[in-house]
Design a protein around this ligand. Sequence first.
Ligand SMILES: NC(=O)c1ccc[n+]([C@@H]2O[C@H](COP(=O)([O-])OP(=O)(O)OC[C@H]3O[C@@H](n4cnc5c(N)ncnc54)[C@H](O)[C@@H]3O)[C@@H](O)[C@H]2O)c1
Length: 339
Amino acid sequence: MADQTVNMALLGCGAWGKNLLRTLLQTKHANLTVCCDVNAGNCKDSLAGLRGFDLKDDPQLVFDSPDIDAVAIATPAVTHYDLARRAMLAGKDVFVEKPMTLTLAEADDLIETAEKTGRILMVGHLLEYHPGVQMMKDLLTSGELGTPYYIYSERVNLGRIRADENSLWSFAPHDISIILHLLDDEPTEVSAFGGAFIRPGIEDVTFLWMRFDDNRMAQIHVSWLDPHKIRRTTLVGSKKMVVFDDMQPTEKIRIYDKGVEPNGRYVGYAESLHLRFGEVTIPALKMREPLRLECDHFLDCVMTRKTPLSDGRDGLRVVKVLDAAQRSLKSGGSPVSLR
Ligand SMILES: NC(=O)c1ccc[n+]([C@@H]2O[C@H](COP(=O)([O-])OP(=O)(O)OC[C@H]3O[C@@H](n4cnc5c(N)ncnc54)[C@H](O)[C@@H]3O)[C@@H](O)[C@H]2O)c1
């Protein structure tokens, strides 16, 4: 096991695929020897200087190769379903980037295909592997934050404007996966508003709301048309509040011992409550690159046949929210029930 390696191919070597390429090449248990991109020229720069690397322009050649055990798919979302399905049917374990698919039927089918073929299916919900998100999860699980009341998340910057998908499908999978992971639940209702300013029909900015049982709620703001670069998640609990700010180089987590509690006197409603302004703690966070942790986890699952944290079912629950949010977006923000 210590020396075991998994023979891998990367499908898609665009902006993000290049990061996967770099990381998989450094990952001990990955033996990445094939890169496949329909536009093979996209890989050439990244592969320059790498000896013995096979460059292909047709994924079928990868699926037909008996030398490949697993594939990482970093192609546009519209291709995920077809490539992931064909790969599993050809006997390969699959890591597929977020969003897993564009429809619920496709997501269901990938889960079924993984079950039928006995293949590992893992979705690139990168932030679930971030030590900052893991710390938030631990704080919730240990009870330190109390009952979660609400969460809001911002992922905005002035960045690459996509022509094929809107800000909801491009950015929000990260925040949705963080929130569902933290709450370990799915929303009962979703609504979304968005604005398309640069290209007709492609929302540059989206505001997404989710309601959960027990009066919990979450809000997500994503945009590639914003003066700020923010990647921040705030969770307000009944005991404490926590902020995960991924733009901070080191102090990424702050725990606020702030809250509202009864003061034991009843004079009137407002007077019976006490605002607590306690300490702000910045815990030491042992940082490792999330993409590295994610790749290590995939390889571990392939070698031990363990179910990944972000498996097909996790992929499906994120696609469910995206699908409901897209319907709400197109209806001008009407709530969509997921009960
Ligand atoms: N986890 C993250 O943080 C993160 C960040 C950015 C993008 N992504 C995801 O990664 C994926 C790729 O995004 P990107 O920004 O790199 O896109 P991109 O357009 O820059 O690159 C996609 C590449 O895939 C190639 N390609 C297209 N169809 C193909 C096919 N059928 N077979 C093989 N190659 C094919 C294209 O030629 C291109 O080189 C998307 O799903 C995106 O959501 C994830």
